[in-house]
Design a protein around this ligand. Structure first.
Ligand code: AMP
Length: 286
């Protein structure tokens, strides 16, 4: 396994692979890897086969964090991440620096961004105004550097995956986007690098997201229910958990993200909840 730092070196390696018809599978991450990330790596390997190459990027992208968010304290452990990647059969770990990804930014010479204008307005986009502009920009840049045939994203970030698919379709990126299922802890909590922040009695309280989804699932199993009513039930459930505060809960069509007024099977639920100071998200198809 190679660890590649400069984008120019990564692009050169990827270009050589493409010229010799080697398929490239790509998993972009912010590191502090867990089983969720590794499931994406295995999916990438399945897609490109043994003769293909799998690239994992590890980059905590500053442009997708708001000024009051956790950029500076985002968990990092590059040595452990590299060990996990090596064990998972990754070919290249791409670890660029901020100066390499956003050259000239401090001097005002970085001024090009990729913006998706519709799907990014709601949910995560409403709560985190600069977030998706940062995501689409970094993913577009990474696609231009890693030149993947296939890129794998997690269903854990459902809205993000929908926006990336839209960007790829709208801007003609020659890459196939795969969305792999959310990997969970044994108590149902979706794996996340941010779970590291959940110390002491905060960790058990994080099960409230999964419990909220289950409550809604039971409610709509045999009938349709108004989104307003379900939202109120979720609000009440979360209110009972001392450290939890609901940011949003939304119901929508899984492909278009168009909000649903009545909710039944096949509709998607997504929610964001603060547990202590940590903001957690989860989603599921009902
Ligand atoms: P992150 O490092 O949090 O930016 O995530 C990198 C990729 O891993 C994204 O495509 C996420 O959706 C995906 N991911 C994160 N957590 C999980 C999980 N629990 N299960 C599946 N995929 C995940």
């Amino acid at each position: 396994m190679r660890i590649v730092k400069p984008p120019s070196a990564m692009q050169r390696i990827a270009g050589q692979w493409r010229r010799s018809s080697v398929r490239i599978g790509f998993v972009p991450t912010m590191g502090y890897l867990h089983e969720g990330h590794l499931s994406l790596v295995r999916e990438a390997r399945r897609r490109v086969g043994r003769s293909g190459k799998v690239v994992v990027s590890i980059y905590v992208n500053p442009t997708q964090f708001g000024p009051a968010e956790d950029l500076s304290r985002y968990p990092r452990d590059l040595a452990r991440d590299c060990k996990l990647c090596r064990e998972a059969g990754v070919d290249v770990v791409f670890v660029p620096t901020d100066a390499q990804m956003y050259p000239g930014k401090e001097a005002g010479r970085y001024s090009t961004y990729v913006v998706e204008e519709t799907l990014s307005q709601q949910m995560e986009g409403a709560s985190r105004p600069v977030h998706f502009r940062g995501v689409t920009t970094i993913v577009a840049k990474l696609f231009n550097i890693v030149l993947p045939d296939v890129a794998v994203f997690g269903a854990k970030d459902w809205q993000q995956a929908a926006i990336i698919k839209r960007m790829v379709a709208n801007l003609n990126f020659p890459v196939k986007i795969i969305v792999a299922p959310t990997v969970r802890e044994s108590d149902g909590v979706a794996m996340s690098s941010r779970n590291k922040y959940l110390i002491g009695d905060l960790r058990p309280q994080a099960t409230v997201l999964g419990r909220a989804i289950k409550l809604v699932q039971q409610n709509v199993a045999r009938k349709t229910v108004s989104a307003a009513k379900l939202r109120e039930q979720v609000r009440q459930l979360i209110h009972k958990v001392p450290a939890a505060r609901l940011d949003y809960v939304e119901f929508f069509d899984p492909d278009t993200l168009i909000p649903a007024r009545t909710v039944g099977r096949g509709i998607h639920i997504a929610l964001a909840v603060f547990v202590g100071k940590t903001r957690l998200i989860d989603n599921a198809r009902l």
